[in-house]
Design a protein around this ligand. Structure first.
Ligand code: SF4
Ligand code: SF4
Length: 377
């Protein structure tokens, strides 16, 4: 029990069991903590380590974060930092290395603070997607691989990376097989089920476990009888990442009779739509080409997001688009005007932007606005 945090005995039973579970994994494999889908899991796996998403999904640790970070940072950054600071995230506690990235300013500063207590490696991201930026990112990925080699005393060959590229592609394909079931009309699975699946995949460890759970879910959902009764309004949800704290947006949509059929977000399809090219032997180049296309609002311009949303509106027969921005997430909230114009004018589809945080205090207000939006469709 000696490597458990000092406050362990005061934790709830479910948190204690999460710690013990991660402790068991950490005994056989080093854990590398990540916060963002720009971090190439393939390289961490090639180093023999387990990449795992760090906790950031609720507001109980935000007050602790605000003693170091400004109150007007986005709740995702404050929650991430708060979990690290209070020792309440088992993944952070057992991680041998934290991987940061320079997506937004709040995160950059957070990683400086985190680096005071744990080894942190920051991947510098370009802001554009041109050829020079691809070369820059490929070089950042090479630097990251060298850091992993150094910290875990391993050698990462191109063959090892190529093998992981193929395995992680398999995981993405397995996920696609499940989330694409929502194309059926009426959808075979709800938005809440989509969220739970994406969230479980993001936080789970192990290739076989991920594939097996995708297979089970595919069987379970595809064997459901086609729904009867009124056809739910089909919603595409986009914006800042959805977490357990903001799943309230999906709840509000679905309790008003809508169905979220596509989640264009980082806990969603955003990191999983595109595969890494397995034919090109330059593994760092192909990784850079895949990851640079993640349509995060930190990219400028971020035309890829509009293009994806346009395609998915057609493919999933979407009736309306809900854009969820976290309070103080400047880039996603600013991009909303552009997105509204594209969705309503080019795609002739109704659009609503909502802003929220990690508290549950605005659930009533969100429900009222989203019910009115659904009624109008
Ligand atoms: S929204 Fe952007 S910064 Fe956040 S996890 Fe996704 S890629 Fe990373
Ligand atoms: S939600 Fe927005 S501000 Fe917060 S970490 Fe993600 S991109 Fe940055």
């Amino acid at each position: 029990m000696s490597d458990l945090p000092s406050g362990f005995e005061s934790f709830s039973a479910s948190r204690k069991s999460a710690f013990l579970e991660v402790q068991k994994i950490a005994e056989t494999q080093p854990i590398v903590g990540t916060f963002c889908t720009f971090v190439p899991r393939e390289l961490i796996l090639a180093a023999g380590a387990a990449p795992i998403s760090l906790c950031s999904g609720n507001d109980e640790v935000i007050a602790a974060a605000e003693t170091d970070l400004p109150v007007n940072f986005c709740p995702l950054v404050k929650s991430s930092y708060g979990f690290a600071k209070t020792g309440k995230c088992p993944h952070f506690h057992f991680a041998k290395l934290i991987v940061g990235e320079t997506t937004c300013d709040g995160k950059k500063k957070m990683f400086e603070y985190m680096g005071q207590g744990k080894p942190v490696h920051v991947i510098h991201l370009p802001q554009m997607t041109d050829e020079e930026s691809v070369a820059f990112l490929a070089n950042e990925f090479r630097k990251f691989a060298r850091r992993l080699e150094e910290i875990f005393s391993v050698t990462i060959t191109d063959e090892m990376v190529a093998k992981q590229i193929s395995l992680v592609n398999d995981e993405r394909r397995a996920l696609q097989d499940v989330y694409r079931l929502a194309k059926s009309d009426p959808p075979l699975l709800s938005g809440k089920e989509l969220f739970v699946m994406f969230n479980t995949f993001t936080t789970s460890i192990g290739h076989e476990a991920k594939l097996a759970s995708a297979r089970v879910l595919k069987e379970q959902y595809s064997s459901r009888p086609a729904g009867a009764g009124p056809r739910p309004k089909r919603i595409l949800l986009t914006g800042s990442p959805i977490t357990k704290a903001t799943v309230k947006v999906i709840d509000a949509i679905e309790s008003a009779g809508g169905s979220v059929v596509y989640i264009e977000g980082c806990v969603g399809s955003r990191p999983n739509e595109l595969l890494v090219d397995e034919k090109n032997p330059d593994v760092y180049d192909v990784l850079a080409r895949k990851y640079i296309k993640i349509a995060c609002s930190c990219m400028t311009p971020n035309d890829g997001r509009l293009q994806t949303i346009g395609e998915k509106i057609d493919e999933y027969h979407v009736d309306g688009v809900v854009d969820m921005g976290l309070v103080a997430c400047h880039t996603f909230n600013a991009e909303s005007t552009l997105l509204r114009e594209y969705v309503t004018k080019t795609k002739s589809t109704p659009f609503i932007h909502v802003e929220t945080d990690y508290s549950q205090a605005d659930f009533g207000q969100l429900s009222t606005r989203l019910s009115a939006f659904l009624e109008m469709l």
